[in-house]
Ligand binder design. Structure first.
Ligand code: HEC
Ligand code: HEC
Ligand code: HEC
Ligand code: HEC
Ligand code: HEC
Ligand code: HEC
Ligand code: HEC
Length: 386
């Protein structure tokens, strides 16, 4: 009873509307031109809070889509997240976000609807043939970020050393990386991260990437971040508008700091998909990270644009990984990397080489590359080999 009372009081406040005024109205959801607009709720202007939060199960005596749902915690129109959904395939009902971030035909967002493609597509120039066109389908992929595992990690329920204070029980796992009230529409301006859609879990109430110090051009990386090729192999990610390293690095949010909020050298993270804890990521001591490679003069064995002599290249996690899901068999490996297509259907050396050979010409084994080259791997002289 106490809970219900508290939530009814909060629901009244929700409709006071000024809680999030500034950042909310410039967010993707709050925008009056392309923001939220749920079918059957035309009495509320586009972008209004009531497209996601309902005071009662019905609005003006009618029950809009999705019907049959009593107001849930936070007075959302449906359950925020279904914790019984421990792995993919998910259903639309498992996550309030999926009701809209679904195929256009099945979405409750008013027509004409909208699309969201993969990172490879939006920031790498991949084609729609290699990308889902909505977020639900991305999480339906063979390889995906497990939402219940993320939920358990951010709420401190399982497998974590830290409990990000922003996530009470019943939080939405998508909120580990996004703040629904402030996320902006980077896809429309892939070269301008002041429109970033992400928030670090440890800094949930602000955006990540909007500040120049939060980009791959920051002092942490100096000139060592080389954005990979965009499709066409002339210009660079994230928007394919220039082939200048510095210009393009300054358009890229610092995804290393973002991902390592969770995947760092100390956190223990359990994975249902892998059936074990995930490897710790120690980017300071990885050759693809801050550690210099030992064969740095060997430029003829590396493909452009990674051919500078005596340079300690640092890569961003999203140069190789998708954030949501991927058609490759595992590890969220992008379908396009450095301007070319990968095809990792199984754990074999030839399949994995479709990733490695996007940047390396060298391949030297009959075994699967990731038997030896995995995050954290060291060879006998103590040098990192991945
Ligand atoms: C009522 C429908 C609706 C719900 C529910 C909804 N969204 Fe959205 N979302 C939208 C619309 C509409 C846009 C802007 C569409 C566009 O890109 O043109 C958007 C945009 C976004 C963006 C910005 C990137 C972009 O493509 O514009 C993010 C990030 C996002 N949503 C995440 C979420 C998350 C996370 C949830 C759940 C916590 C959620 N959304 C729930 C309708 C919805
Ligand atoms: C592990 C972190 C992470 C999780 C969990 C996550 N996202 Fe994302 N999301 C990202 C990153 C990184 C991007 C790419 C940056 C961008 O598009 O601006 C992104 C992009 C998006 C976009 C914009 C895609 C476009 O068109 O470019 C939407 C919409 C979105 N996410 C919704 C969701 C929803 C809904 C969920 C939960 C079902 C979710 N995300 C879970 C990290 C995450
Ligand atoms: C796109 C859907 C959507 C829209 C639009 C939206 N919210 Fe929310 N809101 C959510 C979700 C989902 C949660 C739960 C967040 C979580 O679990 O991390 C939430 C949580 C909240 C909470 C409680 C916890 C918190 O994050 O502060 C308040 C208060 C709130 N919303 C107010 C508002 C107000 C006021 C507006 C309009 C100015 C608004 N919301 C618009 C989806 C939305
Ligand atoms: C909010 C915490 C969080 C953030 C931020 C986060 N992850 Fe994860 N990640 C997890 C959890 C929990 C798992 C274990 C569940 C799973 O395997 O999907 C995981 C698993 C993974 C896996 C293994 C997936 C598999 O099962 O094969 C990869 C790869 C990965 N993350 C990459 C990334 C990248 C790249 C980023 C940044 C774009 C990122 N993660 C950001 C929590 C996070
Ligand atoms: C997006 C480009 C890219 C991809 C994909 C990539 N690498 Fe690399 N790799 C690099 C760069 C750049 C360096 C040099 C880093 C430095 O300067 O410290 C490097 C360094 C290395 C090194 C250190 C040895 C040396 O001196 O060159 C090894 C070993 C390696 N990569 C193995 C792999 C394997 C195995 C794969 C596939 C699973 C792979 N890489 C995928 C770009 C890439
Ligand atoms: C049996 C373990 C093993 C397997 C399997 C393996 N490697 Fe290696 N690889 C190593 C070791 C050890 C080194 C470091 C050799 C040295 O010290 O020079 C290395 C070095 C490299 C380098 C950097 C050296 C250079 O000349 O650029 C690349 C690139 C590389 N491997 C790619 C691959 C690829 C691609 C595959 C899969 C087709 C693969 N490796 C499979 C153990 C392995
Ligand atoms: C050069 C491409 C490349 C880059 C850059 C890269 N990864 Fe990976 N990642 C891989 C490959 C290949 C695997 C599969 C082998 C393994 O498990 O390490 C993998 C696996 C993972 C896994 C699952 C580890 C496990 O337990 O099997 C996580 C988590 C992960 N990456 C996170 C990250 C994060 C965080 C970053 C940035 C700090 C990052 N990756 C940068 C290629 C890359």
């Amino acid at each position: 009873m106490v809970n219900i009372f508290v939530w009814l009081v909060i629901c009244v406040f929700l409709f006071a509307d000024n809680l999030y005024a500034g950042p909310y109205t410039s967010s993707a959801h709050g925008d009056s031109a392309y923001g939220v607009s749920r079918r059957g709720t035309s009495q509320y202007g586009r972008g209004h809070c009531a497209h996601c939060h309902e005071q009662h199960a019905s609005i003006d005596g009618d029950e809009p889509e999705p019907d049959g749902n009593a107001p849930s915690k936070w007075c959302l129109f449906s359950n925020n997240f279904e914790t019984l959904a421990t792995s993919s395939p998910y259903s639309k009902e498992d996550n309030v976000c999926f009701y809209c971030h679904y195929s256009t035909a099945g979405s409750i967002q008013s027509l004409p609807g909208f699309n969201n493609y993969s990172y490879s597509y939006t920031f790498g120039g991949a084609t729609s043939l290699t990308s889902p066109d909505n977020i639900f389908d991305a999480f339906y992929s063979p390889s995906y970020h497990n939402l219940k595992d993320i939920y358990d990690f951010i709420t401190g329920a399982r497998g974590s050393h830290i409990n990000f204070a922003n996530f009470p029980a019943d939080s939405n796992p998508c909120s580990g990386c996004h703040n629904v009230h402030i996320a902006r529409r980077n896809k429309a301006y892939p070269g301008n991260p002041s429109y970033t859609a992400i928030s670090r879990p440890s800094q949930h109430t602000s955006l990540w990437g909007d500040d120049p110090a939060e980009r791959m051009s920051s002092v942490t990386y100096g000139t060592n971040y080389q954005p990979p090729y965009y499709r066409g192999l002339t210009n660079l990610e994230p928007d394919g508008a220039s082939n200048d390293r510095a210009i393009q690095a300054a358009k890229t949010p610092d995804y290393v700091t973002f991902c390592t909020d969770c995947h760092n050298a100390t956190n223990t993270i359990e994975s249902t998909t892998l059936g074990r804890t995930v490897r710790k990521i120690d980017w300071a001591n990885s050759v693809h990270g801050m550690q210099d490679s030992w064969r740095r003069l060997d430029t003829d064995e590396r493909r452009p644009p990674y051919r500078a002599v005596n340079k300690n290249y640092v890569l961003a996690c999203t140069d190789c990984h998708e954030p949501h899901g991927s058609p490759n068999y595992g590890y969220l490996i992008r379908k396009t990397v450095n301007g070319g297509v990968t095809d990792v259907k199984a754990n074999t050396n030839s399949d994995w080489n479709t990733l490695c050979n996007k940047c390396h010409t060298h391949s030297h084994s009959m075994q699967s590359c990731i038997n030896c080259h995995y995050h954290g791997a060291e060879h006998m002289h103590g040098r990192p080999i991945f």
